[in-house]
Design a protein around this ligand. Structure first.
Ligand code: HSE
Length: 441
């Protein structure tokens, strides 16, 4: 498929607000309206209210039923409202959208831009799916939309891609981009916490999405990967085209097998340009201890960016939660207030998107009883074109159960998925086998 340049949709110019006078007003003090007073909205308000930030002032908090949200530490001159029209008609300069999800957030962002306000958002879902059209609308209305908080929370990776690394030709990302999955997996590893208990805890901490399946099934990370691909690889992809595999089904015992191979387990997001194809996947993987991704704990994120000229650059820090995300939001507000210019956007290209990374896998199968043999598993794998490299030692803790684990040679994910599906049908197999590819060094 040909690599084509996406040409922006050109529309009749809307009535442009007086940009220069607005910028002058912003320089005098940027008035901020927060839409959504949840974990992140509250944290942004705390940063803005605790110690005044020169040039930025919280002016509005918009939330449905705001009376139940009202807090005493927000100064009295801040207006609370559940009427968006009041915010749009006001002299607020910037709308900070922190409601999340596609609708009504998309409509709010559009209305804010059309009302002559710039927008700061942490909404990865919105920016992954509708980012191009919203950026175009922002240009059209003479406003800006900044979304540094949408990927990796407090770690300024989007800024780095747009500025510090803009001089390179980036070709690959490998990252831990979801704090919830990282919390679950690193707690499983350090404390043997079962999946359900770790998930309940991370929900209480406020890191998880409203529907935590979006975290564990890779939807959240695929949105972040799509944004990274657009900003860093100039690749126009939609999150649903990214190959995804859930972390559900991973058991603390899998870490013991992983350790035998000098690895831990993390949810890894990968994107790589190979000719006219963009390979993209979000899945739990065995991560060698030598990789920076293996050192992420709790809600941390990490990203390894590979460029043709500069080689590998690593970013890491807190990727989820009110505080870190608020830092990214307020940094974007400061960038708007200072009117700092970003590097001009490069043209985007379309690629065929594929999850076809040829990788080695750890496969763990729970058999009905110890007498069931490993040979049927070998047969099932090889019938689907997957060859076994070695059989792993049974960890001490698992002496009582009837698990067997093998390391395969490199194979295609489609072959592995078919082999696993077939294996699940075998009478001797007790539950869906776990299969984890190894992140190449
Ligand atoms: N649920 C997301 C995560 C929030 O856990 O990473 C931050 O994007």
């Amino acid at each position: 498929m040909a690599v084509s340049t996406i040409s922006p949709r050109v529309e009749e110019p809307a009535k442009r607000p007086p940009v220069n006078s607005r910028r002058q007003a912003m320089a005098a003090g940027c008035k901020v309206a927060i839409l959504g007073f949840g974990t992140v909205g509250k944290a942004v308000a705390q940063v803005l209210c605790n110690a005044p930030i020169p040039g930025i002032r919280l002016a509005f908090v918009f939330n449905r039923n705001f009376e139940r949200k009202r807090v005493s530490w927000v100064p009295e001159d801040v207006e609370w409202t559940d009427d968006l029209r009041q915010v749009l008609a006001s002299d607020a300069d910037v709308v900070v959208e922190l409601a999340g999800g596609i609708e009504p957030a998309k409509e709010w962002v559009e209305q804010a831009l059309l009302a002559g306000k710039s927008v700061v958002t942490a909404n990865k879902h919105l920016m992954a799916v509708h980012g191009l059209e919203l950026l175009q609308l922002a240009r059209h209305t003479g406003q800006r939309i900044l979304y540094g908080a949408s990927v990796a929370g407090g770690v300024p990776v989007l800024n780095a891609l747009e500025q510090g690394l803009a001089g390179d030709r980036l070709v690959k990302f490998a990252g831990v981009l979801n704090g919830t999955c990282n919390y679950i997996l690193s707690n499983m590893e350090s404390h043997g916490t079962p999946f359900a208990a770790a998930l309940a805890k991370v929900q209480k901490l406020g890191f998880a999405e409203a529907d935590p399946s979006d975290d564990v099934n890779g939807v959240d990370a695929s949105c972040k990967l799509a944004i990274l691909a657009r900003v860093g690889l100039q690749a126009d992809i939609q999150p649903e085209s990214v190959y995804r595999q859930s972390i559900r089904g991973i058991d603390p015992i899998d870490f013991e097998y992983a350790h035998q191979l000098g690895c831990t387990i993390r949810q890894v997001s990968m994107a790589e340009i190979k000719g006219k194809t963009l390979r993209a996947a979000v899945q739990p993987m065995l991560v060698p201890f030598s990789s920076a991704l293996s050192r992420t704990k709790d809600n941390q994120n990490a990203l390894i960016v590979t460029g043709e000229h500069g080689g590998e650059t690593v970013f890491s820090g807190r990727g989820a939660g009110g505080g870190p995300t608020a830092v990214a939001v307020v940094s974007d507000l400061l960038a708007l207030a200072q009117n700092s210019q970003l590097t001009p956007a490069r043209p985007l290209h379309s690629y065929r998107v594929s999850g076809n990374f040829s990788l080695r896998y750890l496969v763990r199968v729970r058999l009905r009883n110890q007498s069931d043999s490993i040979s049927t598993i070998k047969q099932e794998l090889s019938r689907n074109g997957v060859e076994i490299g070695s059989v792993l030692r049974k960890p001490k803790r698992s002496k009582g159960n009837s698990d067997v684990a093998v390391l395969t040679k490199a194979c295609r994910p489609a072959d592995m998925v078919t082999a696993i599906r077939d294996m699940r049908q075998l009478p001797g197999v007790r539950q869906a086998p776990v299969y984890l590819p190894i992140l190449p060094n």
